[in-house]
Design a protein around this ligand. Structure first.
Ligand SMILES: [Zn+2]
Length: 80
């Protein structure tokens, strides 16, 4: 009954699970490989960090481009 959709990702550096929240109108949780498109889009550009190793991450739904912080790619589901 949450107000937020949650997307579970793994830290690319240490594998720690990180939970992202999106207020894009869905609820429940999704894994990084199957994110409804509108949720993926709402998280595009979101910054987060790993509580375990302090890695800073920028979430993107597209291919990584040259930035000075690690990007974390989530894949929008194509059927939505
Ligand atoms: Zn980490």
């Amino acid at each position: 009954m949450g107000l937020y959709a949650e997307v579970i990702i793994s830290c690319p550096d240490c594998g720690e699970h990180i939970t992202l929240q999106s207020g894009a109108g869905d609820h429940g949780w999704h894994t990084q490989d199957s994110v409804p498109k509108h949720i993926a889009e709402s998280l595009n550009g979101e910054e987060t960090w790993c509580k375990k190793c302090d890695a800073k991450l920028v979430i993107t739904t597209t291919r990584p481009e040259t930035l000075n912080v690690p990007l974390y790619v989530i894949k929008p589901r194509v059927d939505a």
